[in-house]
Design a protein around this ligand. Structure first.
Ligand code: GLA
Length: 386
């Protein structure tokens, strides 16, 4: 985890690197997902939360088409021309920024270049969507630098997703970019990934969301992710629907014999996970925290046994968390194969849960976890500085 870097330090770096003061600050958050995993690319439902870890870009518009970006995390300068945007193997972190510029231009937008210092405290590669955060922060930076560049948040999310799919080359769904764009303090967001309609859902007041970073690197994540996507598409085709989203549990059960055992497992996860998201929203609206926790537990078990994207480290973190009194539920969050789990914890049980995880997880796995409470935060934006 990068050490906390203050805004003053980022501004000071800007002045050192570019010899002037920044004139805007653009930012976008990371996320956890309460429930609704591997449903977004099946055009289904998700319930993510934007968190109080973000990517910040202090910037200043330039005359002309040049973009210069200095990453404080990587201590590296990257530059490109808006007229000739290509991926960089030398500064791979900058490909998320280049990709967003490329995608904006592909959509017909005229951009103004800028200088920027980029700093993120979303841990990279832990499943908290540091890539969507840097993409959406870059998009906000272009909006700050370019007069009149107005893009509504769902469209901005789609442009960033295109950057990641086609420029960076990762076939992610739309969830991470959308929650980075639209997050709301104190709320989760129910998103329909087909229509991109969304509704903020207040988080229960008496709970804390605890993030458990398993410190286990994500292995084979990209290839296994693409394989799961392909399996879902195949299952939808065999069942004669556009996407698995189109099947209720009852209709699915009466047709599951059309699928091989493996495809039936994958589709079972997606069909029931969509139903669990809607039930979770109902539980939150009724203040039924225990029911929400039970649904999160079911989600994890389904990801472990049917979708097969959990890992020994994630399962250990989840088991330990669930054994603590005051923990309503725990599950992996994000794509899986390593990364982070989340626990829904009664606020007064937070220190007990943290202590137990810090003690027992290393004994079980030999790894040193990080545990922290996260605060549901607002989505991407920018402000002019004086
Ligand atoms: C990653 C992807 C998302 C989503 C999740 C799994 O975070 O970027 O689009 O598919 O995995 O729910």
């Amino acid at each position: 985890m990068p050490s906390p870097t203050t805004d003053e330090a980022i501004r000071a770096q800007f002045e050192r690197t570019f010899g002037a003061a920044p004139s805007f600050l653009a930012h976008a958050p990371g996320r956890v997902n309460l429930i609704g995993e591997h449903t977004d690319y099946n055009e289904g439902f998700v319930l993510p939360v934007a968190i109080d870890r973000s990517v910040r870009i202090y910037g200043r518009p330039r005359v002309g088409q040049h973009v210069r970006l200095y990453s404080l995390n990587f201590d590296q300068l990257a530059e490109f021309d808006l007229d000739d945007i290509r991926p960089s193997s030398h500064a791979p972190w900058s490909n998320y920024c280049r990709g967003v510029a490329w995608s904006l231009r592909e959509a017909g937008h005229t951009l103004v270049g800028f200088d920027g210092v980029v700093y993120g405290d979303v841990p990279v590669g832990s499943g908290l969507s540091s890539s969507a955060a840097i993409e959406m922060a870059t998009l906000a930076a272009f909006q700050a630098a370019t007069p009149g560049l107005e893009i509504d948040p769902p469209m901005a999310a789609r442009l960033a997703q295109r950057a990641e799919n086609e420029f960076v080359g990762v076939k992610c769904g739309i969830m991470d970019q959308l929650i980075a764009a639209l997050g709301r303090a104190g709320h989760a967001l129910l998103i329909d990934c087909r229509s991109l309609e969304y509704q903020p859902v207040p988080l229960p007041p008496e709970i804390t969301l605890l993030v458990i970073d398993t410190a286990a690197p994500r292995s084979l994540a990209a290839s296994a992710y693409n394989e799961r996507r392909a399996q879902c598409e195949q299952a939808a085709q065999l069942l004669g629907v556009k996407a698995l989203r189109d099947l209720s549990p009852a209709v699915f059960e009466s047709h599951r014999s059309l699928l091989t055992e493996l495809l039936a497992k994958r589709a079972t996860h997606v069909v029931y996970e969509n139903a669990r998201v809607l039930e979770a929203v109902e539980a939150m609206r009724l203040g039924e925290v225990a029911r929400l926790g039970a649904l999160m537990n079911q989600s994890h078990d389904s990801l472990r046994d049917l979708y097969e994207v959990s890992s020994a480290a994630l399962d250990a973190a989840v088991d330990i968390a669930r054994s603590v009194p005051g923990v309503y539920g725990a599950r992996m969050t994000g794509a899986g194969f390593g990364g982070c789990a989340i626990a829904l914890v009664e606020t007064r049980a937070v220190s007990l849960a943290s202590e137990r995880i810090m003690r027992e997880y290393p004994q079980r796995t030999g790894l040193s976890p990080k545990v922290y409470a996260c605060v549901a935060s607002d989505g991407a934006g920018w402000q002019q500085l004086d």
